[in-house]
Design a protein around this ligand. Sequence first.
Ligand code: KIV
Length: 272
Amino acid sequence: MSTYSENIRKISVQNLIEMKSRGEKISMLTAYDYAMASIIDAAGMDVILVGDSASNVMAGNETTLPITLEQMIYHGQSVRKAVKRALVCIDMPFGSYQGDSKTAVHSAVRIMKETGADAVKMEGGIEIRKSVQRILSAGIPVMGHLGLTPQSIHKFGNYNVRAKEAAEAEKLMEDAILLEALGCFSIVLEKIPAELGGKIAEKLNIPTIGIGAGPFVDGQVLVIHDMLGINKDFSPKFLRRYADLYEVIKIAAERYAHDVKDGSFPNENESY
Ligand code: KIV
């Protein structure tokens, strides 16, 4: 299976903006380690996001809040080493940019310097304006993230669809316009009505990448563990499972344990 922009050697933020202007959809998946990132990159993904969802799917936390800057840098380094073509974007973790813009730029510079990533992602609109501006003025590309912003879970109290009401939808549109005006190169839109996703995509020149934001946005992102069916218990409406790796891995582990127990592994050919 081939991708449209397969002749691009290494995807840049400009390539993503060009994809939007010629109507080519952008594919994005998360990865947190070397092995998975090499497979996803070989599959021709446009963007690999080292998401702070690592806090949930890698570390087993209930929210994304506990993951630290050091842990994000560790995941980022592992992914970056594996990737040849995709644009690598790393989530700025909770607490690394919300306080003041000086801390924000310091955190972003550490991510870029220590991982070799291409960009950072930040959650929020007008509230984080100064931090976004300062990071952009340091020459670091920023991907915005609006709608459901998991780092603010304690403010909202749930993971429900956002911006169903007119006032919230209006604020979201204003935030999206602001992020584009500041210089962000793209925006993730999470769990919002499809119609609103389409309106924002139409209004902006930079790409919008949806997760639960319907088909009218400029690209899609999913968490790799969810789309591979490793997480059995997470099944929101927006998720399409492309594999059932929970069962594949469990059956392989059961067969291995069985063969060890009955002494059939290793056999003569598997011994020195
Ligand atoms: O952390 C993450 O994986 C994300 C995606 C859901 C967009 O932010």
